[in-house]
Every structure is written in structure tokens, then in C-alpha cells.
Design a protein around this ligand. Sequence first.
Ligand code: GTR
Length: 325
Amino acid sequence: MTDAALPEAWQRAELPELPAGAASVDDFARTIYGRTPTGGHVTDVVLRSREEGELAHRLRHRATISCPLGDLELDTLLHLPVGTTPAPVIVALNFTGNDQTIDGDQAQRWPYAAIAAAGYAVLTVDYRQIEPDDPAPTTPGVRALFPAEAGSWGAVGAWAWGMSRCLDIAAAIDGLTTAGAVALGHSRLGKAALWAGAQDERFVLTVSNDSGCCGASLFRHPGGEDIAAITSRFPHWFVPSLSAYAGLEKSLPIDQHQLLACIAPRRVYVASAEDDAWADPIGEYLAVVAATPAFEGGGIGYHVRAGGHDLLEEDWRHALTFAQR
Ligand code: GTR
């Protein structure tokens, strides 16, 4: 989208003063997401079922990941495009279970035919199987499988870690390649995708869809969710010390355009929706503009579409077009 097509207020809004390239992954670990512990490796990937399809084959695997204090089991759902071998893989977590992406309440967010037609495989896992989305989880997630001193990572950090393990799992499956891998996520899972992309260089493209506060949106652009709101509703997502910045966004040592810049020179694509005020589409756009100097030759892309907070086929199509460039 060109600047000329954007609402005037967006063009007039001020950019943050912090230089795009001045913050590191460590800075973001310390301030927002917590430190991702090392360790945790895939020991087993077992095929559970395979259904042949016209455009994509549907494969289910059970993977075992050995962590310092026990094993984590992940059930993956893979759509493998027919006729592209090996296919590059998109890793994208889902909210309500793998089957819901096929014919349940999430199906409209997963246009599997269009993804296969673009030549991409897509591998998904229920994010709750990596780490429950709960401030006081009753079932343990991966954070319980690492010693406490390994880090104070939040749930978003755990989901990002899970995306990297999904890439390890993909590497063990025939017909796929992790070269050209994409990390993609919507909303809280868009925050996780950005953090995964910043840490794991195997992701050559990171796609954030409506990721908002602590995702692609600038803290310093007022509007939508802020630190007070996000840390009080979701205290388990980030390092506990983030809440000390509630109402003090301007004193944060970092801002989110710098997270986008941490991914450079690998590519980033940010998708916003006009009516998604809670995710602050203007703040997301301004983060992309402010991050642009860190990228070369079109390494960062953006679109804003009509409508609200959702992941639509339209969002996928724009992101896939960018990926294919
Ligand atoms: C909201 C939250 C956002 C966003 C969203 C989602 O309640 O305030 O940060 O993550 O949930 O994940 O759908």
C-alpha cells in the first residue's frame, strides 16, 4: 500500500525517536518476553494419519520434544501441497485445536487451498499444547519442563519457542524443506510469531496479523491496548517487570519498530485491519515506517484492509504474494 492511499492522519502521526537498529533481541528478552532457555529437542516424529487431497495432502504427526524436566508432546497438522517438492513451510499456531482449522470455528482463518496453490506447506499446532494461556495453569506447559532458573519467560515466549520446535518437526518430515520457512500468527499468536522470527534465523519471513500491543504496534503511539491493560489481563504473557511501565510507555528503553528491525535483513510483513482499534493499526503502520531503514530493497511489507480483528483469506493472499516475491 502506498502512503498516498493512507488516511491523512496516519501520514501526519509522529514516528518514535528511538533508532530502528538500536535494540537487540536481548533487550526485548529483558524488557518484554523473557529469556528463552536453550535446550529442548525433538526426539521423535511419528506419522499418525495421512489423507490424500487434490490440492494438498493432510498429515498428522505426534512429536516428542525432550526438555530438561520431561517430555512435551505436540500433535501437528500439516497440509502438504501437491506438486511442490520439497515445499517451503509456514509455521502458524492455532487457537482452538487442529481440527477446528479444517471444518470448525477457525476454518475461515485457514484457507488451505489458497496456501497450497501458492506452493506452501503449512504446519499448525494448538498453542495451548505448548503452554496454557492461563495466569494460573492447571495443566503444565513447556515452562514447567525447564528449571525455574532457566529463565523468566512468559507464555508468548513459550509459544515462540514452540514455533521453532515446529520447524524442527518439519525438518524431520519428507516432502518439506525448512529453507524459506515462514512464521505467521494472528493477534497474540502474531506477537509470538514476531518473537520467534526475531530469535530463529531459519524463519526467512515473519508475518504478523493484527498483533497489536507487544506485537507490531508502537508503544509510543497512543491508542488501543496499552501496557496497563495487557499486563493486568494477561500477566502470564510477559516478564512480570513489564507492568512497571504501565502508563509510562515513553520511558520504555525499546519500542516495537525495533523488534521488527531485529528480524532484518530477513523479511517482515505486517497486516492490519482498519476497524481493529484495540490492535492500533496506525501504531502498526508507523512501526513499519520506522523500521524500514533497517531493511533493504522491500524487505518489509504492510497492508491494511477493511474490517475488524480477524485473520482472513485476504490477509493470507497478501502475505503469500509478499512471500513469493
Ligand atoms: C486480546 C488482547 C490482545 C490480542 C487479542 C487476541 O484480548 O488484548 O492483545 O492478543 O486478545 O489474541 O485475540
